[in-house]
Design a protein around this ligand. Structure first.
Ligand code: LLP
Length: 463
């Protein structure tokens, strides 16, 4: 389909549904640095480029929809986290946000460790050469096979999530003649200010062992008694897409409180604490995320202060950012298919992907922004809802945004900040083919995860 501009469509700039929160931005061609990957820019001819390559060329070569990942930005962000925390702390990238072998190699190059939460992620990490001792293995229901594979591989730590798992991991380690380094994940009872489905430190949920009622202390007691385990620390992850640091402060306070109780009861000072991931990123211009150096400073100060108060040696801190590293580095490139103006409401813009490549809008009511990237336009803003091609009315990619009123079929639009939890949560709903991830750097583009094909779908269908 041609990408040339079509005659102007109906204008809806002056028709906002009642209670609509935002006004159109002053300049629709402007790319807000906050939400776009660092090398994204608009070239003099109006086309947006990433890593020095125009999106129109990328669309021709790799098709749409596609996740375009700015490798330079990824490496810069990984390095910024590593540098901010310094040599006395560890940064474990949370692979669940997005993992591929290229990503593992970049992390390895940049000196980061890796958090995996399934056998599949572990295999990917090991197959790309991440040293096992730099891998942490998570999960609330790791299978016996997964635990065995992780211990045999020699993972640096397994994060224990339940009383049963304490015994299970100890038993498997012992039967393999090993002593496994472990942390215990606790829930500290903090209400993180984020969507209910991604808040994880309140007690009424499936992760971790509650600090409340002495359960975490009991878990420590049991772990310390088992020969197959070397208890190295306590883990807390309070949730995801969090901007307010106060939840981390309370978590650090409570984790250090437990370390103190452990010292008092057992005469043991555990050498490590992990404060998890969860730092928010900008999805729209309204979001104001913190920089890694501010986060590192805040967290290390809280922990040192708390330890000083408790007369404990300051433990080695680790953190597990996923979204904050990969989220802003990619955008999804779509081609506009049909455009349906609904008078007095909004215009529905259908793209060639949808909830199969970005489930976050439907699942968490997530907000995204969108821009016309194959050209500029001076047309008036129109209120749009960007929707996919799936058989479901909840198939929404961007709920409310503005695009130029001359938007036309064949135009390319892009949704920024889709690096985290989009490809990794992508599905084959309606037998959609999951889009490729194309890494772009210094004028070169390469596919790091290829597009699925119909043959891939049929290969699984063995009936
Ligand atoms: N560490 C642990 C133990 C975690 O469970 C998670 C995320 C992370 C680290 C990384 O969190 P991040 O820095 O990426 O926020 N699918 C949801 C997010 C689920 C997060 C699950 N755990 C979303 O799309 O928002």
């Amino acid at each position: 389909m041609s990408r040339s501009a079509h005659p102007a469509g109906p204008r809806h700039a002056d028709v906002l549904p009642e209670g609509h929160p935002s006004a159109p931005p002053a300049d629709l061609n402007h790319l807000d640095r906050k939400v776009w990957a660092s090398t994204v820019t608009r070239t003099p001819d109006g086309v947006v480029s990433v890593g020095g390559i125009e999106v129109t060329r990328l669309a021709e070569e790799f098709g749409t929809p596609a996740y375009l990942l700015d490798e330079t930005d990824f490496r810069e962000r990984a390095r910024a986290w590593r540098t901010a925390f310094g040599p006395d702390a560890d940064v474990f990238y949370a692979g669940k946000a997005f993992l591929s072998r290229a990503v593992v190699r970049w992390l390895h190059d940049e000196g980061l460790n890796l958090d995996v939460c399934s056998g599949g992620e572990l295999t990917t990490a090991l197959s790309a050469g991440m040293p096992a001792d730099r891998i942490a293995f998570h999960g609330n229901n790791k299978s016996v096979d997964e635990i065995e594979t992780a211990i045999r591989a020699g993972v640096g730590r397994i994060v224990l999530d339940s009383f049963q798992e304490i015994v299970r991991v100890a038993h498997i380690a012992q039967s393999l003649g090993k002593r496994q380094r472990v942390q215990i994940r606790i829930t500290v009872g903090v209400e993180a200010h984020t969507h209910e489905f991604i808040a994880t430190a309140h007690e009424d949920q499936k992760f971790g062992i509650p600090l409340a009622g002495g359960q975490a202390a009991e878990a420590v007691r049991r772990a310390l008694q088992l020969d197959g385990l070397e208890l190295i620390g306590i883990h807390s992850h309070i949730g995801s897409q969090i901007f307010d640091m106060s939840g981390f402060e309370v978590a650090a306070h409570r984790v250090v409180g437990l370390l103190k109780d452990i010292r008092d009861e057992h005469g043991v000072e555990l050498p490590e604490i992990d404060l998890g991931g969860g730092l928010g990123i900008a999805y729209t211009s309204d979001d104001d995320p913190r920089e890694p150096h501010e986060i590192a400073k805040a967290l290390t100060e809280i922990v040192s202060r708390e330890c000083e108060g408790a007369k404990l040696r300051t433990p080695r801190i680790s953190v597990e950012p996923g979204r904050a590293i990969v989220g802003p580095t990619a955008f999804t490139l779509y081609e506009v298919g049909t455009i349906k103006p609904l008078d007095g409401l909004r215009t529905y813009v259908s793209v060639d992907g949808g909830m199969s490549d970005n489930i976050r809008t439907a699942l968490y009511d997530a907000e995204y922004s969108v821009a016309l990237v194959s050209r500029t336009s001076e047309a008036a803003p129109m209120l749009v809802r960007v929707v996919g091609k799936h058989c479901e009315s909840g198939d929404i990619v961007v709920k409310d945004a503005f695009l130029p009123a001359d938007l036309a079929p064949g135009d390319l639009i892009a949704v920024p900040a889709t690096g985290a939890y989009c490809r990794s949560m992508a599905s084959n709903y309606n037998h959609a083919l999951r889009p490729p991830v194309v890494a772009v750097r210094d004028g070169e583009a390469r596919v790091i995860v290829r597009r699925e094909t119909e043959e891939d779908l049929l290969r699984l269908d063995v009936g």
